[in-house]
Design a protein around this ligand. Sequence first.
Ligand code: HEC
Length: 153
Amino acid sequence: MRTCAILSSVLACVALFVACGGGSDPEPEPAEQNSRSIADLPEHKTSPLAQLMREMTAFGDTTRARLLRGEDLPPYPVHFKDMLTLESTPGMVDHTTYDPFAIAYLYQLDSLYKVPVAERQQGFDELIQYCAACHGEVCPGPLVRINKLRMPG
Ligand code: HEC
């Protein structure tokens, strides 16, 4: 009985880890691979929150490239605040743990748009550390991808 409970919670953890996705491969998969992929099963559908996370990753890529070229920030992504309310993959978000990290991330996103131009690279790097901080707690899969967004040096 006890062993069974432990085993099933281990399996649940593994399932969570897989559901969280690596996020390390932004390239779309070839169509024929998609058609027989486990992504077709209901429990592997991309949740609205996971979809937003992909946009946040793309925003990170764009912003990083722009700042490194000395260009302006992209338009402020107003809808990122939806990360507080969007539906996640079942079991991925425990709001007691998740919300403080999300609020810290959104606060840093605001400050990135407020700091003087000369401090933007540092402000952006700090923003990415907030991605990593939350992921370290709730969803380690995408950490490799996230760390690629850090500023050089
Ligand atoms: C407050 C916590 C938190 C913050 C901050 C956060 N994430 Fe996430 N992220 C999550 C959770 C939870 C999921 C799983 C969502 C789901 O499956 O519904 C996720 C999923 C992802 C995924 C996988 C998406 C997929 O395709 O399944 C990527 C990539 C990702 N996040 C990147 C980022 C990046 C880049 C940032 C910063 C710009 C960031 N995250 C900030 C909690 C967070």
